[in-house]
Design a protein around this ligand. Sequence first.
Ligand code: GAR
Length: 186
Amino acid sequence: MKSIIVFASGAGSNFSSIMQYAKTTDTFSIALLVVNKEDAPVIQLAKEQAIPVLLLNKETFNSAEWIATLITYQPSLIVLAGFLWKLPEHIVHAFPNKIINIHPALLPKHGGKGMYGMRVHQAVKDAKETESGITIHYVNEHYDEGAIILQEKIAIAIDDSAADIAKKVQQLEHHFLPITIDNLLQ
Ligand code: GAR
């Protein structure tokens, strides 16, 4: 059984889907949740399942020491599931090809600094896109630019609101992120 670490900072619906999936597979379990907001709802989800939580602030995040803490968990994969800080280079280099991110649009469109959550779906709506989807990719030093592992699409109807697009994209996320983690670790 391999260990993964999940970084998240929001509602945690993706964390939850990974957690549910992990109960059904022998491939991996979640060893640690890393969060950067002390009031993030995702913390409660982890606690309910007795998954350890590490709360970061900007100082610890940029220090070299806490990488040692991450290494003690011997993660086979680090998954950014709604984690909005850019990872410092020393973390990216400490885990080469072992960090993946999920983005709620079809990169390279609608990505980059400041593009997260509903902002992405609003940008997709404003651009009058006829499709959107998810991108799961490796993380490098630049926002949303690492090698793409998987993209899946949904169609957008002309009267879909940004919230409607978000709902459709979220369904893809919850289905494909856990499966992709499993596939990468097989
Ligand atoms: C997800 O839609 C994820 O794709 C997005 O944040 C949301 C987190 O939701 N990530 C980004 O926008 C990264 N640029 P969740 O907390 O319910 O999993």
